[in-house]
Design a protein around this ligand. Structure first.
Ligand code: SF4
Length: 208
């Protein structure tokens, strides 16, 4: 395969992942909107939303990209979630429309999946061709995490998100903190670095 064909095939794969995950996200989002407990907590007006599987247009006026695990979706490497009440309260108070994303699922990685961390550098270093991200068995994962970040950025553009609220500590989503060699250190994840480069305002749940 020529270099150009390889690039086209890689791009096709990204958009195929985007399509597949968008469908999955909307299915999950439907469940979130239909879940009265979360709905009440996140928006405080369940009656207007129950029975409507997708958010209506007026609710898309203030979109914000959110790490799906913070909303209670079991997207983490260990198959668990990290539902965060402060995040849900923030959405309610500010009238924000959550667009849940998981960069690692968008990369096509399975859930559960082996844990990954930075061997050196952080997300910005990785985008600059200097960082290295590895799976717990030592396999390099740079290209998969860049792919997940690219699809995340595409979703941000499609949904007109200018702000994101992400999960700290993650190799994709960390905003001020990541894991390097299993130690919690200052740094940003790959998706965060790519969104920041594109001008999005990035916040971690610990900023709330
Ligand atoms: S990649 Fe981000 S959204 Fe996905 S599980 Fe990790 S922290 Fe959550």
């Amino acid at each position: 395969m020529t270099g150009r064909n390889e690039k086209l095939a890689a791009r096709d794969q990204i958009f195929e992942n985007l399509r597949a995950n968008s469908r999955a996200i909307w299915r999950k989002l439907s469940r979130i909107w239909a879940d009265q407990a979360i709905l009440q907590s996140a928006h405080g007006k369940p009656d207007s939303l129950l029975g409507h599987p997708c958010p209506s247009e007026d609710l898309m006026l203030n979109p914000i990209l959110i790490s799906a695990c913070l909303l209670g979706l079991p997207t983490r490497y260990d198959g668990q979630h990290k539902a965060n009440e402060r995040v849900l309260a923030h959405l309610r108070e500010k009238g924000l429309q959550a667009i849940p994303i998981c960069p690692e699922q968008l990369a096509g990685l399975p859930t559960p999946r082996p844990q990954c961390w930075f061997a050196h550098g952080d997300g910005e270093d990785l985008l600059a061709g200097q960082g290295r991200l590895v799976r717990c068995d030592g396999k390099e994962m740079n290209s998969a995490f860049i792919r997940g970040a690219e699809v995340t950025l595409e979703i941000a553009r499609l949904t007109n998100c200018r702000t994101a609220l992400f999960k700290e500590g993650s190799p994709s989503c960390g905003v001020k903190r990541i894991h390097r060699q299993q130690q919690s250190v200052a740094g940003q994840g790959v998706a965060t670095a790519m969104l920041r480069r594109s001008g999005l305002q990035m916040y971690g749940e610990e900023d709330l």
